[in-house]
Design a binder for this molecule. Structure first.
Ligand code: ADP
Ligand code: MG
Length: 481
């Protein structure tokens, strides 16, 4: 019997905001433990929550960018449970009236090769709701310590339908969501800082069976690759069990990245009694069209749309777009130059993805610090295009521009890179090359166009790379005929 896997993800994303979700208390990562706290965060008696509008803005933006419906009203509920990382005995969350419903996320499956655009498909969302994050427990040999800095941070939970079927799809989904969140400025989604966390629900069923199999909820997935690996391991394990005639019991398991395997954490009590009840301290929120519209206006062009446009409008190869587009700043940097000279876009894209990125990484600079601006890129590609310098010399000019911040023409002038177009001298070199290489000359005469390349090389060598290949090409033709 053949089996297929079914996967649904629950993704938590922290919303980037100065303060926490229900208080002015500062939000942040990497501070001394228990310094980002106040009476609301600590759930002290008498402290009352006040909604942070920035958190709502962030979720509305995420919902619009992920094609959700935003109902007119959402409300707050208490999810009651006790755990030491939560100072209240409940979490404020959204139960039956979340801020976003439904939704669709476009993903790309990259397959084996990065050279061509991969297969695209859409993954269905169930909902997105907003809640407060909990603190962090740190376990040591003798005791455990709790840090409440994270407690009360604005957190959204994105829940998917059981709509994925492989580790690769889950990987592509998380990559797409992260890129959209970063593009929209909603979150930096740094998984190492806990800004994005994912749990995976995995079940396996015989192909053709309609009902879903019992699921395992997989926790402790600390990176997008971890999610993919954990899911792949779990699919194999469950399939093996089912083939042996065993059943899967719904439970929570954890991924052990070091050992490369999953292990049981706890049997899932099916009916958690969270005793959800509307939070009496917070009013329901009405979100009108005006609010949605101004947030919609803040959403930039999304990554896949930009990629399709770059390929279309600038005739860029997929490989270049797949370096440019994931980084919004880099893609905007490219486009600032490309839109002023669309015909030169490929050359600009090459400089940006090879030379700019290489030098930035070698010098440890950020793009914002880079002295090479759109103006510089244009001056360089124009100098090469006009034939003032060769492509090869263009590489050196780039390095000089990067160091000094001069435009290409100034570098060419200062370093004397402009060939002295004493055409007579170039003609002499061409004649020499013709005399020294009778074979290719004959081949060319016999109609083999490519044979001319065998003469071009020697002339370029004689000119130390400074002759303009187009002119050399022309002179060679004239001299031979
Ligand atoms: P729970 O009540 O256990 O939290 P939910 O129905 O809320 O379960 O679903 C949580 C997540 O698990 C969702 O992303 C959903 O798509 C996914 N899911 C639910 N059932 C299955 C299943 N049988 N196999 C895989 N994923 C599932
Ligand atoms: Mg659930």
């Amino acid at each position: 019997m053949e089996y297929e896997a079914v996967i649904g993800l629950e993704v938590h994303v922290q919303i980037k905001a100065e303060s926490k979700i229900f208080t002015r208390c500062k939000a942040g990562f990497g501070f001394e433990p228990n310094t980002l706290v106040d009476p609301v965060v600590m759930g002290l008696p008498g402290a009352l929550p006040v909604m942070n509008k920035k958190a709502l803005d962030g979720v509305i933006k995420a919902g619009l960018a992920l094609n959700c419906t935003i109902p007119d009203v959402c409300k707050w509920d208490r999810k009651n449970y006790f755990y030491p990382d939560s100072p209240n005995n409940y979490q404020i969350t959204q139960y039956d009236q979340p801020i976003c419903e439904g939704g669709l996320v476009e993903i790309e499956l990259s397959g084996d090769s990065r050279a061509a655009m991969g297969e695209h498909k859409k993954i269905q969302l169930t909902r997105i709701h907003l809640e407060n994050d909990v603190g962090k427990l740190n376990h040591f040999t003798e005791d455990s310590l709790v840090d409440y800095n994270r407690a009360g941070t604005s957190l959204m939970e994105i829940v998917t339908e059981p709509d994925m079927h492989s580790g690769d799809e889950a990987f592509a989904f998380l990559t797409a969501v992260r890129q959209i969140m970063v593009y929209c400025g909603i979150s930096d989604c740094d998984m190492e800082k806990g800004q994005m966390r994912a749990d995976a629900n995995i079940s396996v069923r015989p192909v053709g069976q309609k009902e879903l199999g019992s699921k395992i909820e997989l926790k402790n997935l600390n990176s997008i690759t971890g999610v993919k690996n954990g899911i792949e391991y779990e699919i194999k394990r469950q399939t093996r069990e089912l083939k042996k005639g065993n059943t899967i019991t719904q439970a929570t398991w954890r991924w052990d990245a070091d050992q490369g395997r999953t292990e049981s954490m706890r049997e899932k009590e099916d009916a958690h009694d969270y005793r959800y009840l509307p939070d009496p301290d917070l009013m329901p929120v009405r979100i009108d069209d005006e609010w949605k519209n101004w947030i919609r206006a803040e959403i930039p062009e999304l990554p896949f749309d930009k990629q399709r446009r770059f390929i279309e409008a600038y005739d860029l190869p997929y490989t270049i777009t797949s370096v440019l587009v994931p980084d919004r700043e880099l893609s905007e940097y490219f486009e600032a130059a490309a839109k002023r000279s669309p015909k030169m876009a490929q050359a600009i894209g090459n400089y940006v993805t090879n030379d700019v990125l290489r030098e930035l990484s070698e010098t440890g600079q950020s793009l914002a610090e880079c002295k090479v601006t759109a103006e510089h890129l244009l001056s360089l590609v124009n100098a090469v295009e006009k034939g003032t310098i060769t492509k090869q010399i263009g590489k050196d000019v780039f390095l000089e521009m990067f160091k000094s911040g001069e435009l290409a023409d100034a570098v060419i002038e200062r370093k004397g890179l402009k060939p002295n177009f004493d055409e007579d001298q170039v003609k002499v070199w061409c004649q020499e090359a013709i005399d020294e290489n009778p074979r290719p000359v004959d081949d060319f005469k016999a109609g083999n166009e490519k044979a001319l390349n065998a003469l071009l090389g020697p002339v370029m060598k004689k000119s130390r790379g400074k002759a303009n290949p187009q002119i050399v090409n022309q002179l060679l033709r004239e001299l031979i005929s």
